[in-house]
Design a protein. Structure first.
Length: 275
């Protein structure tokens, strides 16, 4: 049976598979599109199983805000090599997953994996990509922010993406951009000191004590010194208390209050390869 270019293009549009892979699947299925899709899926599942023990440390990280600005999401899809991560088709596929997530305001990873992307679940589509590309492909991270107004930033190279939400809606685009760029550059661990996980606080106190002892400080001063170092940690690593990157004389909270005395960040996420 003669396979036409139109059939190949149709199958490629549906599956995202390579042209030669689509042609081979159509030949094998005698031109039946549905059977060809199954053949490609089976190929993807087989490759995924073969490469399950491989590490997928490279990838693409993207973020986006919904049209009403009340929702933002960031997604990481991993692959094995930088070569694939820079491939236009792989970036486009990652963007299609993110577009679906933002359009439907999908709340978590499980919902995203089960969501329909061109007739297949996102999870199935990722498996199909494994078959097409020949590398281990997986959904690495998915984060969201739900707020009165939301903002997103993608650092050049698609390796870091951030999202953040304000407590108010309004003309805050400039401030929103500054905040998501601040998060990308300064990698805060939490919003404020009240949000820092207890295990991180305990670790920082122990590190402070050890440093003080190594410096030969008196034992009765160790606790006080450690708490001083902890406060410095809060200042450097909590978003609202960090020095604003465009003006180190003020912190992020002060910068926002200059625009609106009640304006603050209510949530943020930073997604980065290797983190």
């Amino acid at each position: 049976m003669k396979i036409t270019a139109q059939q190949v293009n149709e199958l490629r549009k549906i599956t995202g598979a390579g042209m030669m892979d689509c042609k081979k699947a159509l030949v094998e299925s005698d031109g039946d599109i549905e059977n060809a899709i199954d053949i490609l899926r089976k190929k993807g599942q087989k490759v995924a199983a073969k490469r399950a023990d491989r590490s997928a440390d490279e990838g693409v990280v993207l973020s986006k805000v919904s049209d009403d600005k009340a929702f933002a999401a960031a997604v990481m899809i991993n692959c094995e090599t930088d070569f694939v991560a820079k491939n236009t088709d792989f970036i486009t596929f990652t963007q299609s997953v993110l577009d679906l997530a933002v359009k439907n305001k999908i709340k978590n990873t499980d919902e995203l994996k089960a969501a329909d992307l061109n007739g297949h679940t996102v999870e199935e589509s990722i498996t199909n990509q494994t078959g097409v590309i020949g590398e281990k492909i997986e959904l690495g991270m998915y984060e969201v922010v739900d707020a009165a107004s939301s903002y997103a930033y993608i650092h050049p190279g698609n390796r870091i993406a951030t999202i953040a939400g304000f407590n108010k809606a309004g003309d805050f685009d400039a401030e929103g951009k500054d905040i998501v760029m601040q998060i990308a550059a300064m990698s805060p661990v939490s919003l404020s000191k009240d949000d820092v996980p207890s295990d991180i606080i305990e670790r920082e106190i122990e590190i402070g004590k050890d440093q003080a002892r190594q410096e030969g400080k008196p034992e009765e001063m160790i606790e006080k010194i450690a708490m001083g170092k902890l406060n410095k940690f809060f200042k450097e690593n909590t978003l609202l208390n960090q020095a604003f990157i465009k003006d180190g004389k003020k912190n992020v909270s002060q910068y926002l209050q200059e625009k609106d005395k009640d304006l603050t960040v209510v949530d943020f996420k930073r997604v980065a390869l290797g983190s």
